[in-house]
Design a protein around this ligand. Structure first.
Ligand SMILES: CC(C)(COP(=O)(O)OP(=O)(O)OC[C@H]1O[C@@H](n2cnc3c(N)ncnc32)[C@H](O)[C@@H]1OP(=O)(O)O)[C@@H](O)C(=O)NCCC(=O)NCCS
Length: 276
């Protein structure tokens, strides 16, 4: 397809558009609007629409706050695209439902919330993820990383001990899933994609080990992404972002005319993880 790799595009940071305090906001190219919060406004849950309040009415305070704060980010980012404020409700398998012509992704963890949105005429799918910049807890690595990813994390840690590479690869896989799911409505297991980070460029390539989605007649087997850390290990955050099928950032703001996206040729059923 006539798409550009994310690895080849300047980020806002590279353009000198962002301060060093940004995390995801400094990572993505023009045409993708990112809004992020490092602390919640005290009255954050009062920003929810009634339909959204209902969804988290029985949730714990922590969940209500992250749910509200990330939706605040989403509305801020969409306002920059000129999209009117509206409830942001979860759809199939908790995947966020965006207004017509908009694609996006949300993430939250302790001390960080972010949403990235764009017009579908600019990019076909977005996945963003942020994690605490800590090594994965004991026992988790084997469950979420393939052996070649564990080997890569070890090698990279020897060369660059300032980065929790196992957590970074895990985050990249979460970003891959968030970009993958809206295109396919199918589950993607941790064993079905291998992530290879480039420590010098701040990018990664995710190779799908199952048939990828078909976009404009071409099957996509590789997703490209970017990563960034803010703060040292056990202090800050690591964030990753995947953009699938960047069409043309210069079309930001124009009417959507999305290429046809056909579901990947997978047959096994999706499996749920958790519900709101
Ligand atoms: C869905 C998932 C990726 C979310 O990641 P997480 O680290 O638990 O949570 P984050 O805070 O980063 O992101 C949560 C947000 O992801 C979004 N999300 C949830 N399910 C989603 C889906 N199926 N597709 C796209 N986005 C989804 C939602 O906006 C959610 O926020 P909300 O519940 O407040 O609306 C994760 O729970 C999961 O199910 N992972 C297993 C699948 C996977 O990662 N496979 C790896 C393939 S290589």
């Amino acid at each position: 397809m006539a798409g550009t790799s994310l690895n080849d595009m300047p980020s806002a940071t590279a353009c000198g558009c962002m301060g060093t305090s940004a995390l995801l906001a400094g990572l993505l190219p023009r045409g993708i609007e990112v809004s992020e919060l490092f602390a919640d406004p005290p009255d954050v849950t009062s920003s929810l629409y009634p339909e959204e309040v209902d969804l988290v009415a029985r949730a714990v305070e922590k969940r209500r706050r992250e749910f509200a704060a990330v939706r605040m980010c989403a509305r801020t980012a969409m306002a920059r695209l000129g999209v009117p404020s509206a409830p942001s409700l979860p759809g199939e398998h908790r995947s966020p439902v965006w207004p017509d012509g908009i694609v996006g992704s949300m993430t939250h963890c302790d001390g960080y919330r972010a949403a990235a949105v764009a017009r579908r005429s600019v990019v076909i799918s977005i996945g963003v993820d942020a994690e605490p910049h800590d090594p994965l807890p004991d026992g988790v690595e084997e469950a979420v990383l393939l052996s070649e990813e564990r080997d890569a994390a070890l090698r990279l840690s020897e060369r660059r001990p300032d980065t929790a590479w196992d957590r970074l690869i895990f985050s990249a896989k979460e970003s891959v899933f968030k970009a993958w799911f809206p295109m396919t409505a199918q589950w993607l297991d941790f064993s079905e994609c291998v992530v290879a980070p480039d420590p010098d460029r701040g990018t990664f390539t995710a190779t799908l080990l199952v048939p990828g989605p078909v976009v404009a007649g071409e099957r996509i087997q590789h997703f490209t992404g970017r990563w960034r850390t803010r703060g040292g290990i056990e202090q800050g955050h690591v964030a990753t972002a995947v953009l699938v099928g960047i069409v043309d950032p210069s079309r930001a703001g124009r009417d959507p005319d999305p290429p046809l996206v056909r579901a990947a040729g997978k047959s096994h059923r999706q499996r749920g993880k958790r519900s709101t």
